[in-house]
Design a protein around this ligand. Structure first.
Ligand SMILES: O=C(O)[C@H](O)[C@@H](O)[C@H](O)[C@H](O)COP(=O)(O)O
Length: 252
């Protein structure tokens, strides 16, 4: 595996992050569709969907080939899909309802199952997509998504991989679950690090002053804490790009 390239982009305002994120995502959409005739995108919850808002506007709304997009979630709260806490609902309202991605290409979790059952079900469905060659597999045997769009919590979590929970050390499973997430709601499923780190491109989208300390811990010159924050363990096969606004980058 070639070493990951990491880029850190700093912008004056959150608005500029949103503009740049739309441009970046549209560029990768075109690149991957040209190369492999599809574009698999993995979403997070939290503020990410709002930061993606420029992608559903001119010119991208009309220029992106949405028919080739496949949508997944890096983590999901185990609640009904129409529940206010659902990452699916958040993405539907802010993004998916505004662009013509075929509904059959949108892989929401099975909301009728327990956290464990929902994690098994999601993993199984991704395994099927790999078997039928809808998704490629990485050299290390994990599914290879084209783009993951990640957020970071003040405790340094990414997806639902929290600093003091063992899920972050999972090496075999593709999808795991947590029933006591420190960030509410407690029941969630989440991709594991081997899957996250097999993605071709990853954007870490971090805005707001409340994330400045954590951003400093992740990207500053200080020695890393032990155990390292989950956000420092993200890598991508091709390129990891941090998108920071001035507030998040203020302590770097
Ligand atoms: O379901 C979730 O809660 C998210 O997927 C989670 O991992 C999120 O990305 C981070 O907590 C950052 O959240 P903010 O973007 O709201 O800071």
């Amino acid at each position: 595996m070639a070493e990951t390239k990491t880029k850190v982009l700093k912008f004056d305002a959150e608005e500029d992050v949103a503009v740049a994120l739309a441009k970046y995502t549209a560029y990768l959409s075109e690149k991957y569709i040209k190369e492999k005739n599809s574009f698999s995108v993995v979403l997070s919850g939290g503020t990410l969907i709002d930061t993606l808002r420029k992608l559903v506007e001119f010119p991208y709304k009309d220029s992106v080939d949405w028919s080739k997009w496949l949508i997944f979630w890096v983590d999901e709260r185990v609640v009904p899909l129409d529940h206010e806490d659902s990452n699916y609902l958040l993405a539907y309202r802010g993004f998916l309802s505004k662009v013509p991605i075929p509904p059959s290409n949108i892989y929401a979790i099975n909301d009728k199952k327990s956290p464990e059952g929902a994690a098994d079900d999601y993993e199984e469905r991704i395994k099927n997509l790999v078997e039928e060659k809808t998704l490629p597999i990485s050299d290390s045997g994990f599914p290879k998504f084209d783009l993951m769009l990640l957020g970071m919590g003040p405790d340094g979590h990414v997806a639902s991989l929290f600093p003091s929970h063992n899920q972050r050390y999972e090496k075999k499973r593709w999808v795991t679950f947590i029933t006591d997430s420190p960030k509410p709601p407690p029941p969630r499923i989440t991709f594991t690090f081997p899957v996250i780190n097999s993605a071709s491109d990853i954007a870490m989208v971090v805005t707001g002053a409340e994330l400045a300390d954590t951003t400093k811990k992740a990207l500053g010159n200080e020695k890393h804490t032990l155990p390292p924050l989950p956000c420092t363990e993200v890598s991508a096969e091709r390129e990891l790009t941090w998108f920071l606004d001035k507030d998040a980058a203020s302590k770097l």
